[in-house]
Ligand binder design. Structure first.
Ligand code: MG
Length: 161
């Protein structure tokens, strides 16, 4: 089997009064949301970079530049769908993905099952192939000061049969 793995990392600043999107899910009643050109979904952006990295296709900024009007305010699920299509064009299917979201507040645990379902559906794979984890940083650093959100992702792809 021809397996490839990739990793991705993304950060967005948080500001009051913006919607908070993470893992393709709108987090209700969040006091702050991501400052971004798109919807600012750092979890999806990290996942896209992991998938692109696995296929050695560059990064999200190369394919979906933040200078382009096309991607302004865009639902990041569209970026993820397009990323999976790019990987498929190279003859690869998504095996699984594992994502860590670092955020001090609010607690993300209640939304994780919905994120897994949403990301799996968007990538066209079973929900048990998508793992989402959330952690605080014990009030340390920019995440701990609630200035931003960070996300890490690892993805495995394999040659489609
Ligand atoms: Mg981003």
């Amino acid at each position: 089997m021809d397996f490839r793995i990739g990793n991705g990392y993304d950060v967005h600043a948080l500001a009051a009064g913006l919607p908070l999107w993470l893992g393709g899910v709108r987090i209700p009643d969040a006091e702050k949301g991501c400052v971004a050109h798109s919807d600012g979904d750092a979890a999806i952006h990290a996942l896209c970079d992991a998938l692109l990295g696995a296929a050695a296709l560059g990064d999200i900024g190369l394919h979906f530049p933040d200078t382009s009007d096309e991607f302004r305010g865009m639902d990041s699920k569209i970026l993820l769908r397009r990323t999976v299509a790019l990987v498929a064009e190279r003859g690869y299917a998504v095996g699984n993905a594992d994502i860590v979201i670092c955020m001090q507040r609010p607690k993300l645990r209640p939304f994780i099952p919905q994120m897994q379902e949403t990301l799996a559906e968007t990538m066209g794979i079973a929900p048990d192939r998508v793992s989402v984890k959330a952690t605080t940083t014990e009030k340390l650093g920019f995440v701990g000061r609630e200035e931003g959100v960070a996300a890490y992702a690892v993805a495995l792809i394999h040659k489609a049969e």
